[in-house]
Design a protein around this ligand. Structure first.
Ligand SMILES: C[S@@+](CC[C@H](N)C(=O)[O-])C[C@H]1O[C@@H](n2cnc3c(N)ncnc32)[C@H](O)[C@@H]1O
Length: 433
């Protein structure tokens, strides 16, 4: 049985969690709690718990839920992606709301933070994303090859220094690096098209995709934006002019091997068994999150997800170079990605997603839906998503606001000088009764 089995239990657990976090921070473990614990405790509870602006019956909990008590996440997650969340976020919900073997789903998978964390924790996974890039960067980590296999394969990829890319990438790469990337791209395409592609090829594809551009010599490109965001060529020309830089040679074989070693560094035996077992049963869909007819009714124990927030992130432009490397059409993918100009347009798209989530969620199952503040904090998407979930048939257990780097004591006691968190996640939690 999962640790928590009803909305009431969830609320009690979260309130106690906040309370115990507070005491473990303010009193040492061995220190005796002060006599006024009850009074102080009640005050702590009442200042860390408020009500939703749109429905006073929905509790809103503010705390640092997944940083202080939890150990560092696995390095296997370290494939960058726009607007991804930290592994501790899905980890928090997976641990309390599911058992080993349960099916965990993400309809907007991205780099796969939810499904990789669920797999590491021994759950089964179902993944969906409208962009085929998502599967390219997730699936290989569910069945990781050994460092020796990766090294051997990389050494055998034929590099042809007469090749050059079919588009102008000279603002990103020097000539030799560009030939290596083109050779790697051709090799991977040939393996795929001939049906010979294996898990080592898929791993190399994932790592090379991740290394295409970035802001350090660990990437194939000259200095540019961080790797989750490829700038367009015109902008890179300006960056090069401004910094007085031009691309230098990068050893792509060595960079793929180095990143692979780093990703695989801390996977223990148990995690590897869990990953492989989840990988064997894993399903990767490439559908609109509102139209996932391949998923059985009442099959999902927990969904942990984060949709596009209105039109804040342009997934098409950010991923244009990754799409080129993987022979994908960025324009046609871009047209299918949910982009909403207004909160009401966004709510209506999310309503369709929630009807689908209600259909596929088991009775007693859960949805943890991460949203944010947009338009400089003027629009809080949790206010919109609470009625959307309820309208689909779910019960709303509460809203969790995870605030990091805030002045904890001030915040928890409601003191006037409290600082706003610098990294705020808002997760609306629903249950299907
Ligand atoms: C905020 S990101 C998810 C990030 C993810 N939580 C992670 O940690 O990597 C949103 C994802 O939704 C995908 N997406 C956008 N519109 C979609 C749709 N209509 N159906 C399914 N996926 C969609 C995008 O391709 C993107 O990968």
């Amino acid at each position: 049985m999962p640790l928590i089995n009803s909305a009431t239990e969830f609320r009690e657990y979260i309130t106690d969690f906040i309370f115990s976090e507070y005491w473990s921070r303010s009193c040492g473990i061995d220190q005796e709690l002060i006599i006024s614990e009850d009074v102080a405790g009640n005050e702590a509870r009442s200042t860390a718990v408020s009500s939703s602006a749109i429905n006073p019956e929905i509790p809103v909990y503010t705390n640092e839920f997944w940083t202080s008590k939890q150990r560092a996440a696995s390095r296997l997650h370290e494939i960058s992606y726009r607007a991804c969340f930290k592994p501790q976020l899905p980890g928090f919900f997976i641990k309390i709301l599911t058992d080993e073997g349960d099916l965990v789903y993400d309809p907007f998978t991205g780099r796969g933070t939810t499904i990789i964390e669920a797999a590491l924790l021994g759950r089964n996974v179902l993944s969906n994303d409208i962009s085929p890039l998502s599967r390219i960067i997730c699936e290989p980590r569910m069945n990781p090859p050994s460092v020796a296999e990766i090294t051997e394969r990389m050494n055998s990829v034929p590099y042809d220094y007469n090749l050059s890319p079919d588009i102008d990438l000279s603002m990103f790469y020097d000539e030799r690096t560009a030939s290596e990337i083109m050779s790697l791209k051709n090799y991977l395409d040939e393996r795929k098209n001939s049906g010979d592609e294996d898990h080592t090829d898929r791993w190399i594809r994932m790592v090379a995709t991740n290394r295409l551009t970035g802001h350090s010599p660990g990437f194939f490109s000259v200095y540019t934006l961080p790797p989750n965001q490829a700038v367009l060529p015109e902008r890179q020309i300006k960056i090069n002019d401004k910094r007085g830089q031009s691309p230098e040679y990068r050893d792509t074989r060595e960079l793929v091997k180095k990143k692979s070693r780093s990703l695989l560094k801390d996977i223990g035996d148990k995690a590897l068994v869990n990953l492989r077992s989840a990988g064997e049963n894993a399903v990767f869909l490439n559908e609109d999150a509102a139209e996932t007819s391949h998923i059985d009714d009442e099959s999902i124990s927990l969904t942990v997800t984060s949709p596009p927030f209105l039109d804040i992130v342009n997934y098409r432009d950010d991923n244009w170079l990754r799409c080129w490397f993987n022979s994908l059409d960025a324009q046609s993918i871009g047209k299918k990605i949910t982009m909403a100009r207004t909160a009401s347009e966004w709510s209506s798209r999310m309503q369709d997603v929630f009807h689908e989530l209600f259909r596929i969620t088991k009775p007693g199952g859960w949805v943890a839906f991460e949203v944010g503040e947009v338009r400089k904090g003027k629009i809080r998407l949790d206010d919109y998503i609470v009625p959307v979930g309820i309208n689909a048939g779910f019960e709303c257990a509460g809203v969790l606001i995870n605030e990091q780097n805030f002045t904890k004591t001030s915040n928890i006691w409601g003191v006037s000088n409290k600082k706003r968190g610098t990294n705020t996640n808002r997760i609306v939690v629903f249950r299907k009764s």
